[in-house]
Structure formats: structure tokens, C-alpha cells
Design a protein around this ligand. Structure first.
Ligand SMILES: [Zn+2]
Ligand SMILES: [Zn+2]
Length: 212
């Protein structure tokens, strides 16, 4: 599997392009900005875009969904049902951050932990990790975890936005993320990559050497 990372949009949320060389199928995690930049990566790989997977409904991650969908009408957009309230109220979210002109992203289907998705032979495991938002999810493909705004390099996502909860994010990270294999790479929604093992040790909130 080939992974390309594109920090896009007004506050540089990472869009990831994941490509299975064998089947030529691809998916993107988030559509955080310029749809043409995403298309360029897909074209360079000769990829067919199958899915647009959203880790949650905040505007900085869904900014480019409708534009990508215009370029790839067959690609399906997925989000957890509990974040529908965020995508439905995108204008309110944007007003809160002083940004306008973001359209409500069109969602095709809701996902949960029982949803079965794959590109080629690669299966996608959905892990529901509420805390940053109620419907936040992480996606696990083999040894790669896409953690959205739940877990960052040595940090965690903020819990003070609508639907956020510190006790929920703690449960999600300790019980569902830190129990994964230590060698799994963590690809967050903002900033640099990490590994599960690194976060278990060094995460500022829940690591062994936590400062809090
Ligand atoms: Zn967020
Ligand atoms: Zn974000």
C-alpha cells in the first residue's frame, strides 16, 4: 500500500491518499482542501478513488468533500452517524472560527465498527473513538492507523468543542488505541506521524511520562 500525506486547507488538516498497487483502488482519509491537489496525487498513481473516509465532522477535515465528489462521483463518502450533527451545522462551526464559504458536505453512508470496507485485499477496520467529537473514528489498515484528531504526535485532540469529552477521549485512547500493536504507525489529522509505542511512552496526557 502506498500512503501519501497532503496537509491541505485553511488550517492544514492532513488528507491521506491510500493506494493499493495490485487492484489500483484508492481511498482518501479526509478531504481537507483543494480537490485538484488530491486529484493530482490520484492521477499520478493511476488510481480509482473508491472511498472518502472521514474521521469526524469538523470543517477543517471535510472542506473539500463536495469538490472531490464532483471529480469522482462514484466515490462514496463515509462518516460516523454521531458526527452528522457537525456536518449538518457546518456553517455554525465555520462562523465559530471566522471562516465562511464552506458547503455542507454530502454524506453517502454512515459507518460504525461493524462496517466492512476494503481496497483490493486490504481491509479497513473502523475504531469508534469518541472524545474529540462523539462520532470520531480511527481507521486501521494493516500496520497503519489514521487517528484523525483523536491522537497526535505526543498530544491529543481538544475536548472543549461541541460533543467533546476528556473522559471519553481518555477511555478511547487507553482502551482502544494503546491496546494495539506498539509497532503500528500513527498518521494523525494534523502534524507529524508517530507510533503506538511512542505514544504509550511519550504522550503528554496519557503516556507513561505524562506531564499531567
Ligand atoms: Zn477536529
Ligand atoms: Zn482538525
Amino acid at each position: 500500500m502506498i500512503i501519501k500525506k497532503l496537509p491541505l486547507g485553511p488550517i492544514e488538516a492532513n488528507t491521506y491518499v491510500l493506494f493499493d498497487e495490485k487492484s489500483k483502488e484508492a481511498l482518501i482519509i479526509e478531504a481537507s482542501g483543494d480537490a485538484n491537489a488530491i486529484k493530482q496525487e490520484l492521477d499520478a498513481l493511476g488510481a480509482n478513488l473508491k472511498y472518502i473516509l472521514l474521521t469526524h465532522g469538523h470543517f477543517d477535515h471535510v472542506f473539500g468533500v463536495n469538490d472531490v465528489k464532483k471529480l469522482y462521483p462514484d466515490a462514496k463518502v463515509f462518516i460516523h452517524k454521531e458526527d452528522e450533527v457537525l456536518t449538518e451545522n457546518i456553517a455554525l462551526q465555520c462562523a465559530h472560527f471566522g471562516i465562511d464559504g464552506v458547503e455542507k458536505p454530502e454524506i453517502d453512508e454512515y459507518i460504525d465498527e461493524n462496517t466492512k470496507l476494503s481496497i483490493g485485499d486490504i481491509e479497513i477496520k473502523v475504531i469508534h473513538t469518541p472524545g474529540h467529537s462523539k462520532g470520531s473514528v480511527c481507521y486501521l489498515l494493516g500496520d497503519d492507523l489514521f487517528s484523525g484528531d483523536t491522537l497526535f504526535f505526543e498530544e491529543i485532540g481538544r475536548c472543549d468543542l461541541f460533543g467533546g469529552s476528556f473522559s471519553e477521549i481518555e477511555k478511547s485512547i487507553r482502551n482502544k488505541i494503546f491496546t494495539l500493536d506498539k509497532n503500528i504507525a500513527v498518521h494523525p489529522g494534523h502534524g507529524q506521524d508517530s507510533t503506538i509505542g511512542h505514544e504509550i511512552k511519550y504522550n503528554a496526557y496519557f503516556g507513561e511520562n505524562s506531564r499531567y
